[in-house]
Ligand binder design. Sequence first.
Ligand SMILES: *Cc1c(COP(=O)(O)O)cnc(C)c1O
Length: 364
Amino acid sequence: MEHIFNFSAGPAILPAEVLQQARDEMLDWHGSGMSVMEMSHRGKEFMSIAAKVEADLRELAGIPDNYKVLFLSGGASSQFAMVPMNLLRGKKSADYVNTGEWSKKAIKEAKKYCAVNISASSEDTNFTYAPAQDKWMLDPAAAYVHYTPNETIGGVEFNWVPDLSLVNGNVPLVADMSSSILSRPLDVTRFGLIYAGAQKNMGPAGLTIVIVREDLLGTVVPGTPTMFDYKIHADNDSMYNTPPTYAMYIMGLVLEWLKRNGGLVAMEKINIAKAGLLYDLFAATDFYHCPVAESDRSRMNVPFTLKDAALDGVFLQQAQARGLIQLKGHRSVGGMRASIYNAMPIEGVAALVKFMKEFASNHA
Ligand SMILES: *Cc1c(COP(=O)(O)O)cnc(C)c1O
């Protein structure tokens, strides 16, 4: 097979070394005679894998001891419900910042459980920027404040962490980090809860990570299913039921790869360089257009349109012929989107930029 670069938004590219290691260990993990897929989640082999994944995540992201790390299934989409079910804690409302498609889904689900205040929104420009903190209208009585640090579809990223201590004291900040977790250094103490589906920047689909401050656990909305109660999972080390074992194992390999490659500080540096290649191209030509405000452009998901949408089909076809695949934009926004998560090497982005320059000059 010729070499390809996969720009999918998710499930997404994984480090080649990780896939090779998984292949090598597929039939016999560390002399156990078993594939990880065949192991009991309560056996000593898998327990050691699970402990290592958690320890490595804690080390990489600097997760303090008073935070629980949960390994769940159900996708980030289940968190849209689990967050209000667990964090309302008797309160009647929650604050949400609306910056695009994923925010909207979180808001829609939360409305089933509480009153939702839209604290800030960028809907006025069809979601092309991150509203500045001084525009946020926060309610001191809200149970929590929810936002989406990186809107995977719109390509809008907050390059700052909201500081709630300035405005409303003890209200916890909740972040859907599905498409940006581990892409840059993280100060977990700024958050009450972080959640992320694994399939963008951490591993395969089927695994969802929740990082939650311990003191927020223990009160759920009446009628909450057992499986939707964070405390059940926290008290059982995510082994109340069978967790997504193979996905956890692959995530563990990704975390080891991250550690070998300098951790989050190194990732941020390379991610800035990678995204910069594309954004510099947009600045240099009017053949391509990125709708997102310059200060809020995502390092992970880069949406763009061609000057003439009639060329979209041939652009995608020629890109594919060069091994540059899955560049079609989300059906809700059209155009193109290059997702350039941690596992995308800078050579992949350079190859894309080279192709885009040639395509532009051939169709000028
Ligand atoms: C992909 C994505 C989701 C949905 O994730 P699932 O695991 O498919 O439920 C939610 N939020 C963001 C920001 C995403 O990128």
